[in-house]
Design a protein around this ligand. Sequence first.
Ligand code: FAD
Length: 217
Amino acid sequence: MSSFNRRSFLVATGAAASALAMPAISFGQNKPRVVVIGGGAGGATAARYIAKDSKGEIDVTLIEASKQYYTCFFSNLYLGGFRDYASIGHSYDGLAVNHGVNVVHDWAMSVDGAGKTVALASGASLPYDKLVLSPGIDMKYDSIAGYSVEAQDTMPHGWKSGSQVQLIKAQVENMKEGGTFLMVPPPNPYRCPPGPYERISMIAHILKQKIQRQKSL
Ligand SMILES: Cc1cc2nc3c(=O)[nH]c(=O)nc-3n(C[C@H](O)[C@H](O)[C@H](O)COP(=O)(O)OP(=O)(O)OC[C@H]3O[C@@H](n4cnc5c(N)ncnc54)[C@H](O)[C@@H]3O)c2cc1C
């Protein structure tokens, strides 16, 4: 999974250019419609249980940008070499097949609360009766002078899983002798209070193994 935000989604899909050509998407027209924006741990769980507990009486649509969700939880075990990358990735197939959730891989651009529709980057729009917003966090890139969407590919922020964690792992594993690793835990409250401490322990573990390997050469 590459690092994702609204801008990279639009560039990758060419969605802005095709916006005018797209029709409205309509699922389950005779049933109450719930639309969930964001298929992370929060949104996917909401979609799953609304679909399951309503026993098919509510039409549930999940809008999620990525086809594969890489969890933050367990990502530090991947970092330390205790789990493989594939084990922290999850597809949306189970939600569709086992629970009848309509999974739409698209970027929700805006919500019209009065008209009860969600506009998608592809240009389509989705009507709803109830809306669940679960888009997780995003970066304020310009809150740090010099930081940007592009800079995250050389100086990972690590707040999201997927390519950000892969990059941290590769950088630590390839660190040259005498290199410096700098990590800045943010002030509370933040996404995962133990996260930075788990992460730094795993990084120490990688570096210790690296030094032991070098000594034994
Ligand atoms: C390093 C680290 C370790 C962690 N470890 C743990 C742990 O061990 N246990 C634990 O309980 N928690 C842990 N957490 C916290 C946990 O990962 C988050 O609380 C959880 O991911 C929040 O889920 P969410 O669904 O709100 O957001 P997210 O998981 O961020 O999911 C949001 C989803 O919404 C999608 N999205 C966003 N905007 C749009 C849009 N406009 N259109 C379409 N899709 C959109 C994104 O693509 C994404 O898939 C950890 C966090 C970090 C950073």
